[in-house]
Design a protein around this ligand. Sequence first.
Ligand SMILES: [Zn+2]
Length: 246
Amino acid sequence: MQQCPNCKEYVPAEYVVCVWCGFDLTSEIIKRSGIKISWIDALRRMARVVYQPFSSLREIILLPDNKGPILILYFLSFLVTLQINIFVWKIRYDVQSNIARMIAVIMLAVYPLFLLFLLVVALRIGTRFGIVVIRLLGGKSEKDSLQALFGYSLIPIAIGEGIASFFRLFYSKQEITSISYSTISSYFENISKNGLSIFIDLIRLTTWIWSAILFSYGLKREARISTVEAILVTAVLWFAFISAMF
Ligand SMILES: [Zn+2]
């Protein structure tokens, strides 16, 4: 027998739906089967979110993992560091000097780990906050599924930041001398005042919307709430996550 997590009644172990309340027991059965997602599986999932977004998100909700989200958040941390690094490097130091190279390498090795820590904390707080909001709307969500969904739906943003980093390599010194990069938030504010930046920000905006669509879709299925409610929760969570980041 298995216990239904929704109504706490007992039903035979092989049942995929609760006979008492109609709750979908598939994820419980998958959990008991002991399937583990490896780092390679997580990478494959990341790729599938790009070319088969909807079916892969359904799979991620049913069998959540935290390896994928950690890889994605590390990638994001690395790209943000790289972008700041490009600025610092171009303005402050002579690219030819060994000291500048050394500083760049040390910063790229250490700083992303610090950012990763902050982002993982933000993801966890965001997930807990999300569960509270979903309950207020009468929906139901599991911590692991919501966290995995949150992490994997950030892939488009990671792609956007990757493209942005690439283009920033071609910034001229004149374009960047007026930019403040003292804090991450002022860096993002000031960056939109530049010519090439407007194009980069357009790409970035597109990827943010793409991520929000993925998350709303997954949320609608995971929390069993309406499309409008899913969009609302996405907006609240996105805002909370960004505020926590900066
Ligand atoms: Zn039930």
